[in-house]
Design a protein around this ligand. Structure first.
Ligand code: AMP
Ligand code: ZN
Ligand code: ZN
Length: 310
């Protein structure tokens, strides 16, 4: 098997492209796709102050590494969603990695906003679905840290498979609003809403894993136990089954959306007014944002509990 570009011995074969490449040309191919996403969707420039949300999984570790390698000013943010050995271990892995790439890392503790509880415990008390509550807290804190510390843009590690499966779910249920907003860039629409981008949107998850392994980038393989059975995973599995039969189907599905979105989907409703939360000042469509309302409710519930326990 020879590298398609230099004809030297290939070290990988990218199954989604049926493309054999040597190590050097695989890295080049992979990074070129990241650069393409950054340019095509006008994500950021070398002057921008970038904050990468790092979970310890392969995607966010790889994108932080690649952005540093390409010469961007990219710093990291890890949000502690609870306490315990697993979270300490994750933080340690990210801290060591940050040191190895000479990247500054910010650690934000979500439990300090939840009266010492983890997002999982708070969700249980509030009787909310763990994944959606945890996701809401993560998004709120990512935005808050980025705004308060003066970053121009927030990067997450969402990849092509993630975005395509989300799109499939939204199309399946014809959720037009979500379809319109699943774009890889969310522009700044409020003084306290930082621009959000997904530079791995053109890279297949398998290639990201391969890149991490070959570059010896450390990452956690465990996925969150609460996400098992999530519907987004079903869509991803279906798309991967389709991809087995039709090579390139996922990329073609997603790129069709990128090309045709404006033709097929138009914002026809009046855009909802974005206000500032009366409590925290961050953007919301109601008077008090969902994060602050959850905190208020949690406080009441915890006080009731304390009283009952005497
Ligand atoms: P997930 O929603 O867990 O699939 O993660 C999607 C992206 O959100 C990751 O690629 C990270 O960029 C970011 N992310 C998830 N969890 C955390 C966390 N605890 N701290 C910082 N960023 C996170
Ligand atoms: Zn080569
Ligand atoms: Zn608020």
């Amino acid at each position: 098997m020879k590298c398609k570009i230099c004809k030297k011995e290939a070290s990988v074969k990218l199954k989604h492209y049926n493309l054999p490449l040597c190590e050097e040309h695989f890295y080049e191919f992979f990074e070129k796709r990241v650069r393409k996403a950054i340019g095509k969707f006008k994500m950021f420039s070398k002057e921008d102050k970038i904050l990468v949300a790092v979970s310890g999984g392969k995607d966010s570790m790889v994108i932080w590494y690649v952005l540093k390698k390409l010469g961007y000013k990219a710093e990291g943010l890890f949000i502690r969603l609870g306490n315990g050995v697993m979270i300490d271990r994750t933080q340690e892995i990210i801290e060591n990695f940050a040191e190895s790439i000479e990247g500054k890392l910010i650690v934000e503790d979500a439990t300090k906003y939840l009266y010492g509880l983890s997002t999982f415990e708070a969700a249980r008390i509030l009787r909310r679905s763990t994944c959606s509550f945890c996701g809401m807290v993560k998004r709120y804190l990512m935005n808050k840290v980025a705004v308060e510390m003066g970053y121009d843009v927030l990067v997450t590690g969402h990849n092509l498979d993630d975005e395509a499966s989300q799109l499939l779910g939204n199309i399946l249920h014809w959720q037009k609003g979500y379809i319109l907003r699943s774009w890889p860039v969310l522009e700044k629409t409020h003084e306290k809403f930082v621009k959000k981008v997904k530079p791995l949107v053109l890279n297949y998850e398998d290639d990201i894993r391969l890149y991490a392994e070959m570059k010896k980038i450390p990452f956690l393989r465990e996925t969150c136990p609460f996400s098992i059975g999530a519907t987004s995973k079903i869509y991803k599995k279906m798309l991967l089954t389709l991809e087995e039969e039709q090579r390139g189907a996922i990329l073609s599905f997603y790129m069709g959306y990128v090309r045709e979105k404006d033709k097929f989907f138009k914002e026809d409703e009046e855009p909802v007014e974005i206000k500032s939360c009366e409590v925290c000042g961050y953007p919301t469509t109601s008077n008090v944002c969902y994060f602050c309302r959850s905190r208020q409710k949690l406080k009441v519930k915890l006080e009731k509990r304390q009283k009952a326990e005497g």
